[in-house]
Design a binder for this molecule. Structure first.
Ligand code: CTP
Ligand code: MG
Length: 190
């Protein structure tokens, strides 16, 4: 395999995954209002906590879907027959929806686990904080589009795309949290 081929695989994998990467940042912007667990506790601890709101969930989810549509529009303008890997409009919309809402479901699962472990809202949980959204996005998309996940991120050298995503996610998480902190959207730089 040539190096350019590897780079293309990695960049395509990142491009296609962007609808999963935007929602968590968008949720910070849209968030607020009623918490999804309605303030309820389970065994003396909040089910999800005040950091998970309906506005953040749907604002984040629709932002991710709209980004997916924009990516497909750009691909179409470039004359890409397979929309740079989204295959076609119907598949692309479905995949983008699964990536966006899957990432937010993963984020909810992460907070659920943090609360069960006694980690308060906003306190650090290494690995969980960085990768909960990615796991959720992969699981939900695998459920509805297993072949798309397999051919994009698993099959042959395409596994490079997955490895690249895992590394970029780690770096991006650091950068986005520092930006969120400097912009006054977050109280702590992590
Ligand atoms: N947010 C939201 N609704 C969501 C997800 C996120 O409103 N479904 C907003 C909240 O304002 C939240 C911020 O985005 O505080 C950052 O998200 P995150 O880091 O996931 O939440 P934390 O506040 O750190 O809480 P947790 O410990 O549960 O992760
Ligand atoms: Mg957090």
């Amino acid at each position: 395999m040539e190096i350019t081929e590897a780079v293309i695989i990695m960049l395509a994998g990142l491009w296609l995954f962007l609808p999963a990467m935007l929602p968590n940042s968008a949720a910070v912007v849209f968030g607020g209002g009623k918490p999804m667990d309605m303030g309820k506790e389970w065994n003396g601890k909040r089910i999800l906590g005040d950091g998970k709101t309906w506005r953040g969930f749907f604002g984040g989810g629709f932002s991710g879907m709209i980004l997916g549509l924009m990516l497909m529009g750009i691909s179409f303008l470039f004359g890409s027959e397979d929309l740079f890997g989204y295959i076609n409009l119907q598949t692309g919309i479905g995949v983008a929806a699964c990536l966006a809402f899957g990432s937010l479901l993963g984020d909810l699962m992460g907070s659920f686990i943090k609360r069960r472990l006694g980690i308060e809202r906003g306190k650090k949980a290494p690995i969980l904080d960085q990768y909960d959204f990615l796991i959720g996005a992969f699981l939900l998309t695998s459920l509805f589009y297993p072949q798309w996940i397999y051919s994009t991120y698993i099959e042959g050298y395409n596994i490079l795309a997955l490895v690249f995503l895992l590394i970029v996610t780690l770096l991006l998480h650091r950068v986005m949290n520092i930006i969120g902190y400097k912009a006054g959207l977050k109280d702590v730089p992590w």
